[in-house]
Design a protein around this ligand. Structure first.
Ligand code: 13P
Ligand code: SF4
Length: 384
């Protein structure tokens, strides 16, 4: 991960410090934590106002309530990628995790600055596949196949820019939970096999809906030679699934779904495709965060749901739809601790830094990865 600290005011950006803040020096993070929360919120409102259309705040649906309230646009990874590709704002604050900020940096111009309020907001799933491991996998595959003719690499957007660049170099593509089926069908249209990383579950759950059978899928364990597979099984496989997962979504179990159905026979189970196959197979609807929100929104009043995705989003849906009873699928708390790192204090600190021309947490993708990462993201965005 590249946590770069820069202080760059893009050219042609006129930033004025609001009158109410002119007398107050920039506060450190610790000083912001020492302030009552309502004062932090007041500072955010004032700073945000002073930046006007010089700034776009993008917020992923898993962000906590106090942060998402300040997002100009909220969305799933696909919608946020589309918005990042469109914006001309010189500053983008990404309230999400590191791979999202990297994706925004690739999709914006060199002059635009992408800021991740807390640079430690990573994604444990994205960390499960790195450039070295994927390159090794590709060369191991090359011992038995001609991967550049037979295998399309598909990376879930929850991955480093280096892996998006890898896909770009090998005529591969990026997917999100919102378009995985369309992307995989495009990928199989090009070559007979797909290498899908880093999330086994999104790849597997999507392939099952496309009629791919267990015999056609193998799991690639990056810690074993040949991913733990025989030459024969690699030759036969249509789908090679990286052994990665989201620890938040693995907490939902099929037995939780069975208990819910037992207690509420008319309940609908909604699941994110990062959940295990057992949970997705029992669900009434499987979709991205945006699709889950829309499904609840479109349902008639009185509909009952139990949802298998991150807690902040489920709680928000409960507040937005008081006439539609909603239960969290797991009896234990499944929260994304890295999404939770972005709090009002970090947001305020980032805004202060932009306005005061101080250091902020800029995320930049190395120039050597930009073009190829852009190629694989463009391939996805062109699919619509
Ligand atoms: P969505 O693209 O569905 O919002 O998912 C992102 C994510 O990280 C889910 O864990
Ligand atoms: Fe990554 Fe899982 Fe958090 Fe999504 S919920 S950002 S996949 S750790």
């Amino acid at each position: 991960m590249h946590h770069l600290f820069f202080s760059i005011t893009p050219m042609n950006v006129d930033i004025c410090t609001p009158r109410s803040l002119q007398k107050t020096p920039n506060l450190s993070l610790q000083e912001l934590y020492d302030l009552p929360e309502n004062e932090v919120i007041e500072r955010i409102i004032s700073l945000r106002k002073s930046l006007g259309d010089q700034l776009l705040i993008l917020g992923h649906h898993y962000q906590r309530e106090e942060v998402i309230a300040f997002a100009d646009i909220t969305g799933d990874s696909l919608k946020l990628a589309q918005e990042a590709a469109k914006t001309t704002a010189p500053f983008i604050i990404f309230c999400g995790v590191h791979f999202m900020a990297e994706m925004a940096d690739v999709l914006t111009s060199d002059e635009q600055v992408v800021i991740l309020p807390d640079p430690a907001a990573g994604c444990s799933m994205a960390d499960m596949a790195n450039d070295e491991q994927v390159t090794r996998c590709w060369s191991e595959l090359a011992q038995i196949l001609n991967p550049d003719e037979q295998v399309t690499p598909v990376t879930y957007i929850n991955s480093t820019a280096a892996l998006k660049a890898f896909c770009g170099e090998h005529q591969g593509i990026v997917c999100t939970s919102g378009n995985a089926k369309r992307v995989m069908s495009w990928a199989w249209g090009k070559r007979e096999k797909i290498l899908f990383f880093p999330d086994q579950h999104l790849g597997e759950n999507t392939a099952l809906t496309m009629g791919i059978s267990d015999e056609d899928m193998i799991i690639w364990d990056p810690f074993k030679p040949m991913g733990g597979n025989s030459e024969e099984s690699i030759k036969h496989a249509k789908l090679i699934l990286w052994k990665g997962f989201c620890s938040v979504h693995q907490l939902f179990k099929a037995e939780h779904a069975a208990t819910m159905r037992n207690n509420h026979p008319d309940i609908q189970i909604l699941a994110h495709p990062e959940c295990s196959r057992e949970v997705c197979e029992t669900a009434d609807f499987v979709g991205s965060t945006e699709a889950i929100m829309k499904h609840v929104q479109d349902a008639p009043s009185g509909s009952k749901f139990t949802i298998a995705t991150e807690l902040n989003l489920v709680n928000r849906l409960r507040i937005q739809h008081p006439n539609k009873p909603i239960w969290f699928l797991s009896p234990t708390v499944s929260m994304c601790s890295t999404m939770f790192r972005t709090d009002p204090q970090h947001l305020c600190w980032s805004l202060q830094a932009i306005v005061g021309d101080k250091k902020y947490h800029r995320v930049t993708v190395p120039a050597s990865q930009q073009a190829m990462a852009l190629a694989s993201l463009h391939a996805m965005l062109e699919l619509g």
